[in-house]
Design a protein. Structure first.
Length: 400
């Protein structure tokens, strides 16, 4: 609904709601009640049912009715819905509680793939409460500056030198220990907090990069950028400010954007990418191969680096199909003038394959997991001083 409303205008959005309301009306008995409580959420009260299954039957009927084709002003469109069901008196005996629980069940239906219905149960409330608590704690952690950057090296496969790092957000929770960014980043995206996290990591990474450069180790540092940042009007100025405040040379900053996010990019986001490049920073496509995107965007985007997703690297030593795909991706990226990084390299055999296929860089536990800044710097100094290549660190940074 939101997409139709945003792209086709509120008038069409209103007509859509009216049509849906009619469809709901046609599906219920005259003794039932239907209301729109807000936005695109409707509530149905079935006053008199014999068994919970009766509510389920109606939910199925509604799902079917709503998902059939709609035509508004000559535009064909399809919408779907998610249904949550709470029962009186089993789940509660006042309207507030019943609506709240139906809402929780509806969110569960959304999470489980949408276009389905779910009955409320106590586990959902427990999950909901746990999520709310995590959300509050994350808000505190962000405002108290408790999200810090860890750094994982990227190694030049040819010279075995460290030629860059990726800064990864870390949240240490006093009770639960480290919470994975795979958990808190999607949560932060949902509640509009990810921009603050990305900015914090960007500022830390720029400062660290400058500190290392002052000690004679110019290193390209990459930070991850959420799709939400690309819709933030101040994002460009935020990057510019981080560069100015740290005084880092922009050529040593890279922004990683996951392939999945790029698919939804329009002209405004493409322009922003070009403006970022004009600042002197470089852009990388992260998790390449997982986003089901068309390859034609590769030649359109102003990116310099392509990172092959870990899922292709994992079985590289025995899966023939992964071998063929990885070799093809490296070839294609090189033909387009892109640098290729393999993500999640854990085994020597994987590195050997990547080396034979001329992949530029590897990143993964084989060299090091993400580690705190001081340890990362120590590792950098130690590795680049002892590796077989004789070129100095300035030159190794150039390899990127
Ligand atoms: P990513 O950007 O693709 O980062 C690589 C992830 O793979 C990291 O997980 C890293 O710890 C993990 N990894 C690296 N080498 C290996 C390996 O050899 N084996 C295995 N099994 N894993 C390896 P992490 O730190 O948990 O981050 C997960 C994802 O969260 C990142 O994937 C990135 O998409 C997102 N993320 C992390 N920090 C930030 C941030 O500051 N901002 C935003 N927007 N997203 C972030
Ligand atoms: Mg990344
Ligand atoms: Mg990745």
């Amino acid at each position: 609904f939101k997409r139709i409303n945003d792209s086709m205008g509120h008038l069409i959005g209103d007509r859509l709601l009216q049509k849906i309301a009619n469809r709901l009306n046609q599906s219920i008995r005259s003794s039932d009640t239907i209301a729109r409580l807000g936005g695109d959420e409707f509530t149905v009260i079935l006053d008199d049912i014999n068994r919970p299954e009766d509510a389920a039957l109606l939910a199925e009927k509604l799902l079917h009715k709503i998902s059939s084709k709609l035509v508004i002003d000559g535009h064909e469109m399809f919408v779907s819905c998610s249904v949550g069901i709470s029962l009186f008196p089993l789940h509660g005996d006042d309207n507030q509680t019943l609506i709240k629980y139906a809402d929780i069940a509806m969110y569960q239906a959304k999470e489980e793939g949408k276009n389905c219905y779910r009955f409320y149960n106590q586990d959902m409330s427990d999950q909901n409460e746990a999520r709310l608590q995590l959300e509050t704690e994350l808000r505190h952690a962000v405002s108290d500056g408790e999200i810090s950057a860890y750094y994982q090296p990227k190694v030049c496969i040819k010279t075995k030198k460290i030629v860059g790092f990726e800064a990864l957000a870390r949240w240490y929770h006093t009770d639960s220990g480290f919470i994975s960014p795979a958990v808190f980043i999607p949560l932060a995206e949902e509640i509009g907090l990810v921009g603050k996290i990305d900015l914090a990591i960007l500022e830390q990474a720029c400062k660290e990069g400058k500190r290392w450069a002052q000690q004679g180790h110019n290193m390209k540092i990459a930070v991850n950028i959420s799709g939400n940042d690309f819709n933030h009007p101040d994002f460009l100025s935020m990057v510019r400010r981080a560069l100015e405040q740290s005084d880092i040379d922009p050529q040593y900053l890279e922004l990683e954007i996951t392939e999945g996010v790029l698919i939804g990019f329009g002209q405004a986001q493409l322009d922003l990418m070009r403006q970022l490049v004009a600042l002197g920073v470089s852009l990388a496509i992260d998790d390449f191969g997982t986003g089901y995107s068309s390859l034609s965007y590769l030649k359109k985007l102003p990116v310099q680096t392509l990172k092959i997703d870990r899922s292709f690297i994992k079985s590289l030593d025995h899966d023939r199909k992964d071998q063929v795909l990885v070799a093809a991706i490296i070839n294609m990226a090189h033909s387009l003038g892109l640098t290729v990084v393999a993500e999640g390299v854990e085994e020597l055999s994987q590195l050997t394959f990547l080396e034979a296929n001329l992949c530029d860089m590897s990143q993964g536990y084989l060299c090091s997991p993400p580690i705190p800044a001081d340890q990362a710097f120590e590792l950098l100094v130690r590795t680049n001083a002892t590796c077989e290549c004789t070129s100095d660190s300035e030159t190794s940074a150039e390899i990127t």
